[in-house]
Design a protein around this ligand. Structure first.
Ligand code: BES
Ligand code: MN
Ligand code: ZN
Length: 516
């Protein structure tokens, strides 16, 4: 894992492989000019104040995501300066946004894969900026190569045979290392990024290695390490407890399902949050088998559970003054002679019966049981996270998750928390009239409804299993959970860790009494 520190050292004397500076596109009277961003004054001075001109000569435009490498000026111990584009220079008196800094730091960290140490001289005005740059760098430095020959090279000391080792050490310049707020920001960035990267590891782990039992074991080990109470219900306990939804999805697989409960408690807590995650370790569709072309990325169908797991551990590492319970609904959705058939009726944990019309609508079945169970503790709010519907991807694309809720102000609060941490989200409605489509002649409800608004139909199904009077929000992360395209900003290819930062922010806001 990449290390993150603050330093007041002067840039020229730093023994690092690269110094990262920011470059922006001038606006107003400077329109069209390249501007070296604050924080890089010492570097610019060493180029006799000509850094912007030199970068322009090299073709830099200051656009977001742009990387320009140049030899460090004489007198510098570091061999390389890396200029990363920040986009348009903010208006006078305004600052670069946290998300701009986070993305730029991520771009720089990715571009420096293969190097060991880098110092970031980006525009840091306050502790929050330092946290954003730190987070971006740690998230951008992520790599998943445990399945490649030689494994992680910076841990083993060897060079990775396939691809470059992630940047090992990041030093933030321009912050205040002894300032309490700056220290806390670096600690927060480290805890959140490390746990988020661990969620990415789980998502990227192939489904033959990460089945429900293996996921539960990982959660148990982490809970032990971080003083979190953990309880795992195996298939026998699930049967005894009447968890027909989780069992119905898992019954076709050779790997039995699990329900994991993680309880982080603080002696100073005044509120209790429950997070519920969809943890389908592989979604083949079951008997309603997915067609070729739709199966290849379905190891990502446990991203919701991974996000919940990461958020609970992060809340514990940060010592947040709120109780957080995480529920991981883990099952593998496979077709077999023992699998649930379209037409079967399941008796759910809540006592409701569900006619399974499509075994590929399995996420709502495992979540329904976990939501009903989580409701028994009457938490102040429940937030579930799930790669639930392809329909949400059609609606919002692959970088934005949908937020649905049974409470308008809570939906707004969740959406705003997401925006604050730099996660793209959008509020979606739960129109009552769509419920009718799930009427079943045989059971209380069917697991499928109208095709149009499929993401909202799934949300309406879940709503039926949330306890009376409990505030609830549902995040459908089917789009942003897994990046099938090239990396961008601090987001790698593959598992992204979507929703982790939103959940952590919700826990923080609840702890400080700024939510609900
Ligand atoms: N896991 C899928 C949703 C999904 C699709 C996530 C693509 C990520 C990328 C989910 O279990 C599913 O199959 N949903 C069906 C529901 C339908 C059968 C009502 C869908 O969206 O097609
Ligand atoms: Mn499915
Ligand atoms: Zn699924």
């Amino acid at each position: 894992m990449t290390a993150l520190t603050l330093s007041t050292a002067a840039a020229p004397g730093l023994r690092v492989d690269a110094i990262v500076v920011g470059v922006a596109k001038g606006t107003g009277p400077k329109s069209g000019d390249l501007v070296v961003a604050p924080g890089a004054e010492a570097v610019d001075k060493a180029y006799d104040g000509r850094l912007a001109g030199v970068l322009e000569t090299l073709g830099a435009s200051g656009g977001e995501g742009e990387v320009t490498k140049l030899p460090a000026p004489s007198g510098f111990k570091a061999p390389l300066v890396l200029a990363v584009g920040l986009g348009a220079l903010p208006e006078k008196d305004a600052s670069f946004s946290g998300e701009t800094l986070r993305r730029a730091a991520g771009v720089a960290a990715r571009a420096l894969a293969g190097s060991k140490k880098a110092a970031f001289a980006l525009p840091i005005e306050d502790a929050a900026d330092a946290g954003a740059v730190g987070e971006g760098a740690l998230l951008g430095a992520y790599s998943f190569d445990v399945y490649k020959e030689n494994g992680k090279s910076n841990d083993s000391g060897k060079d990775a045979k396939n691809g470059k080792a992630p940047l090992a050490e990041v030093t933030l310049l321009g912050g205040k290392p002894r300032d309490k707020a700056f220290k806390a920001a670096v600690e927060r960035a480290t805890a959140v990024s490390e746990e988020l990267n661990r969620a990415r590891d789980l998502i990227n782990t192939p489904p033959n290695d990460l089945n429900p039992e293996a996921f539960a074991a990982v959660a148990q080990a982490a809970a032990k390490e971080h003083g979190i109470k953990v309880q795992v219900l195996d298939e026998k306990a699930l049967e005894k407890g009447g968890y027909g939804g989780i069992l119905g999805v898992g019954v076709g697989s050779a790997s039995a399902p699990r329900l994991v409960k993680l309880s982080y408690t603080s002696s100073k807590a005044k509120k209790h949050l429950a997070f519920v995650g969809k943890g389908i370790t592989y979604d083949s569709g079951g008997i309603s088998l997915k067609p070729a072309g739709h199966n290849e990325t379905m190891k990502c169908d446990m991203s919701g559970a991974a996000a919940v797991f990461a958020a609970v551990v992060a809340a514990s590492r940060l010592g947040l003054e709120v109780n957080v319970t995480g529920w991981l609904a883990l099952a593998e959705n496979m077709p077999s002679g023992s699998a649930t058939r379209p037409g079967d009726v399941l008796r759910m944990y809540s006592g409701k019966t569900v006619e399974v019309l499509n075994t590929d609508a399995e996420g709502r079945l495992v979540l329904a049981d976990a939501l009903a169970k989580a409701s028994e503790e009457t938490p102040d709010a429940i937030v579930d996270v799930a790669t639930l519907t392809g329909a949400m991807m059609l609606a919002l694309g692959n970088r934005t998750f949908g937020v649905m809720a049974n409470d308008d102000s809570f939906r707004t609060a969740v959406y705003e928390a997401a925006e604050e941490v730099g996660e793209a989200a959008w509020p979606m409605p739960l129109p009552d009239h769509l419920k009718k489509g799930m009427d079943s002649p045989t059971a209380d409800i069917a697991n499928m409804g109208e095709r149009y608004g499929g993401g909202l139909v799934a949300g309406l199904f879940l709503k039926e299993f949330v306890g009376e009077g409990i505030t609830w929000a549902h995040l459908d992360i089917a789009g942003p959970a897994f990046n099938e395209q090239g990396p961008f900003g601090y987001t790698p290819k593959g598992g992204t860790g979507s929703a982790v930062r939103t959940l952590v922010r919700l826990a923080e806001l609840t702890a400080s009494g700024d939510l609900g």
